[in-house]
Ligand binder design. Structure first.
Ligand code: CDP
Length: 806
């Protein structure tokens, strides 16, 4: 080796593998406006679909007259439920085991529900046709309040189910009841409460919000009558699931369905499920023999495609006098709207909500969730969260603050006293989850030191004294939140969708020149998968990340996968990628041994090559081995260098984080300024620190939107009053605070590269942190819990209720 020979470290750096802040390769096309989204697709002869929607929250349909619409120049067809019935598609199964109307059949159950589908030569003609479809409605009583859904005399939402005593998840106790789901040990929990020194009980509401990706839901369906094949381009977070469900619903054989998800402009859970627009576009293409495009507008997206949250939680904690938690109990009413179209794994009607004991060592815990029908849009998706984990984190983190207040303890000190200790991992929670790894105290202490927590509390004390003396009208709030996520759905013993186990996959082909392609069953919606999967391969195989192309979203070429949501890509497909690499590497090692005329065991791996142990001058690089794989393999070995891995994770991964926020509130206007937001995340091994930081910024911005202003609100008549960005708060760069990010690294012991997910974490931890900050500002005045969202009006109202306006 001469001085010019690069060292192992220099060679490793050149690969841009794991740990490198590699620039996002996909941005080259995005920043030049060269992305390829569904609405960019133009096919000769393509038609356009538009939807007639219900103006009422609940009404019987007496008559639909499509004659005038059909006569509009350019209108080719008008679909109604009666037309769909001829192909048995008036109703479709949901992921949650319910059935959902594709187009209104007999009545409408929520405002803006799909009633008819107009297909025309142009978007404009379709819109004109929509205006002329005449629907005669008879209004029915409306209920949009989940707390009233199971009362006597509440309007019957689902007449089709009213006499059914069994649902998809067991017994139903009322005609508007969907399911009851419980976890934990009720007897042990009740016993702990019976002998508790101190208890708290609070009704905590996580309002209905919407993921609102900037690109709405859309598709192009093209049915080839000659071949009997359907090609469906669409905004799909889980393309293979859409193919399988599409085949089951339409009876088109699955191998004759080609699903393609091109570039996607944000998903956040909104693009997991199947919507009426997709089914109508497919039927319209079959009926007309031409490709049909359907593109949702903003109002349609906000008011009809999958909402998130709407959890109404009665939370209790028991503790000793000196602040050790002994039990938690939570009863929740979950508002699922008019159809149960929740995107959860089959066994989990309330998602992974039983992570609600959070990061604390609760000896006993119990939760019970009742799902109910109301006159609201269906959905219940994991909006930048892993299946109800955000609701759970908000609930426990608010409750911990309320208990600290009752005990007269500092909320951070109270948490430190109850956090699961490092030596307790792997830790089995009272709900039975096995948390894989964690070092919570290190994270919490680092966060407190970084913001100088002690000094902030001193400043707050002075401000509070000044407020009491009438010298200021400003209150300072310090929010603390510590969260544990459960991501990477999931182990097949725990998770499936419609009976398909929630594994994921990667197929890697290394070409003779040492470049390659990796195809996956996941689908990026902006998370940078093209960049980061290549980094895993670079480190595992010693080939530059730039030499690896990553392709997702084509069901004809990608191995079967369950898609991207709930931060499952890195924990599941990231693992599949590493495991596929290891198969390739094992073959390369045999080829190297053959070429170097040594035994396999005499070789050792060094960054990008196999070298002979004790004789490092004799080596074969991965690039050389790729070439050899196509012309010089040992006798009897198959040529080529490729592998596929389907990874069924042994457990979820449990990322965690400590967040601290400082707000200043003007009590006379309710104006709340976020002075500081510090977020420490631990997602195990970090693949790309720059992308992680971007994920945290994005997720915190969404958390800020949710905590400080978002709500999909319905009035008592069932009108959705927040269906546009005029009324629904979407933070822009102007409102968004400055984010300070930090990390610790505690690898997952069961993941091949030790990585946990990260994309959802900031939304999970951010919301309670903001809410705790606002609540903390008022706590010294006797306030225990102010409901989200903390917009200026509600904050002003909270101050008014406390008598702060004189
Ligand atoms: O499933 P989804 O892609 O939404 O979430 P994720 O698995 O948490 O990954 C989001 C992005 O962060 C991906 O580009 C990951 O590769 C990256 N990431 C990372 O660099 N290191 C981690 N430990 C986890 C995620």
């Amino acid at each position: 080796m001469n001085d010019m020979t690069p060292t192992s470290a220099e060679r490793a750096e050149k690969l841009e593998g794991m740990g490198c802040k590699r620039k996002r390769v996909e941005d080259i096309r995005f920043v030049q406006g060269k992305g390829n989204y569904v609405d960019d697709l133009k096919i000769p002869g393509m038609l356009y679909g538009d939807i007639v929607r219900s103006p009422h929250g609940h009404a019987r349909i007496k008559k639909i007259d499509t004659a005038k619409a059909a006569a509009v120049p350019g209108v080719v067809a008008v679909l109604t439920a009666d037309v769909l019935k001829t192909v048995n598609l008036a109703w479709m199964p949901t992921l949650a085991g319910d059935m959902q109307m594709v187009l209104a059949d007999g009545k409408v159950l929520y405002q803006n529900q799909e009633v008819a589908f107009v297909v025309a030569e142009s978007r404009e003609a379709a819109a004109d046709g929509v205006e002329l479809v005449e629907v005669e409605y008879e209004q029915l009583p409306v209920n949009v309040d989940p707390m009233k859904a199971m009362t006597d005399g509440a309007p019957t939402i689902r007449e089709d189910l009213k006499d059914k005593t069994d649902g998809a998840h067991g017994k139903r106790k009322h005609y508007n009841h969907i399911f009851s789901w419980a976890a934990g040990d009720k007897a042990a929990t009740d016993a702990a409460f019976a002998k508790a020194d101190v208890t708290i009980k609070e009704f905590i509401v996580y309002p209905r919000v919407h993921p609102c990706p900037l690109e709405t839901c859309q598709c192009v369906a093209s049915f080839d009558k000659i071949k009997g094949e359907l090609t469906l381009w669409g905004t799909f977070q889980a393309p293979h699931v859409i193919r399988t469900v599409g085949s089951l619903i339409s009876k088109i054989p699955e191998h004759k369905i080609h699903v393609i998800a091109p570039d996607i402009g944000g998903g956040f859970g909104n693009k997991v499920g199947a919507y009426s627009g997709y089914i109508c576009a497919i039927v319209a293409s079959i009926v007309t023999g031409r490709p049909v495009k359907w593109v949702e507008d903003r109002i349609e997206n906000l008011s009809t495609t999958a909402f998130a949250r709407d959890f109404h939680m009665e939370m209790e904690i028991a503790a000793t006098k000196d602040g050790k938690v002994t039990a938690m109990r939570c009863y929740t009413i979950a508002d699922h709207g008019a159809f149960d179209a929740c995107a959860n794994a089959t066994k989990w009607p309330a998602g992974l909500f039983s992570i609600v004991s959070g990061s604390y060592d609760f000896p006993a815990a119990y939760c019970l969730v009742d799902g109910v029908y109301t006159n609201k849009a269906p959905g219940g998706v994991a909006y930048r969260c892993s299946f109800r984990v955000t609701e759970a984190a908000y609930c426990i983190e608010r409750a911990m603050d309320i208990m600290a207040q009752k005990l007269g303890m500092d909320p951070a000190e109270f948490r430190l006293k109850n956090l699961i200790r490092r030596e307790q991992f792997p830790y089995t929670s009272a709900f039975g989850w096995q948390y894989d790894s964690g070092d919570y105290h290190t994270a919490m202490n680092k966060a407190m030191e970084s913001v100088n927590y002690k000094k902030l509390r001193e400043e707050q004390k002075q401000k509070r004294d000044a407020f009491k003396r009438g010298e200021t009208r400003e209150l300072m709030g310090i929010g603390v939140a510590f969260f544990t996520e459960i991501v990477g759905a999931g182990p097949s013993r725990a998770c499936d969708i419609l009976g398909i186990a929630m594994f994921d996959s990667a197929e890697i082909r290394i070409h003779p020149t040492g470049t390659g392609i990796c195809r996956l069953g996941t689908k990026s919606q902006g998370q940078g998968h093209e960049t980061t999967y290549a980094q895993i391969i670079a480190t595992e195989l010693g080939l530059p990340a730039d030499n690896i192309m990553v392709e997702e979203g084509n069901t004809d070429t990608a191995p079967y996968g369950l898609g991207t949501y709930g931060s499952r890509s890195t924990p599941v497909s990231g693992a599949a990628t590493a495991m596929a690499c290891r198969k390739i590497k094992a073959k390369a090692q045999m080829i190297a041994a053959y070429m170097l005329e040594v035994h396999d065991d005499d070789l050792e791996w060094d960054v990008d090559r196999f070298r002979v142990k004790g004789n490092p001058e004799r080596f074969k690089t991965m690039t050389e081995l790729a070439w050899a794989a196509y012309h010089e393999v040992p006798p009897g070995m198959e040529p080529g260098l490729e592998a596929i891995n389907y990874y069924d994770p042994p457990n979820f991964t449990f990322p965690f984080g400590a967040y601290i926020c400082v707000v200043d509130i003007d009590v006379d206007t309710g104006t709340t300024k976020v002075r500081r937001f510090y977020a420490l995340d631990d997602c195990g091994t970090r693949i790309n620190p720059m992308i992680i930081e971007g994920q945290i910024h994005g997720g915190l911005t969404e958390a800020f939107g949710i905590a400080m202003g978002q709500e999909i609100h319905y009035d008592d008549d069932g009108n959705v009053t927040t269906a546009s960005f005029m009324d629904y708060f979407l933070p822009t760069a102007v409102e968004t605070p400055h984010w300070e990010t930090d990390w610790t690294t505690t690898p997952s012991p069961h993941h091949p590269i030790g990585a946990k997910g990260v994309g959802e974490s900031p939304n999970v931890g951010g919301v309670p942190c903001f809410s705790n900050a606002v609540n903390d500002a008022f706590a010294f005045l006797g306030s225990t819990h102010i409901q989200m969202p903390h917009d200026h009006w509600r904050t002003w109202t909270a101050a008014e209720k406390l008598g702060l306006h004189g």
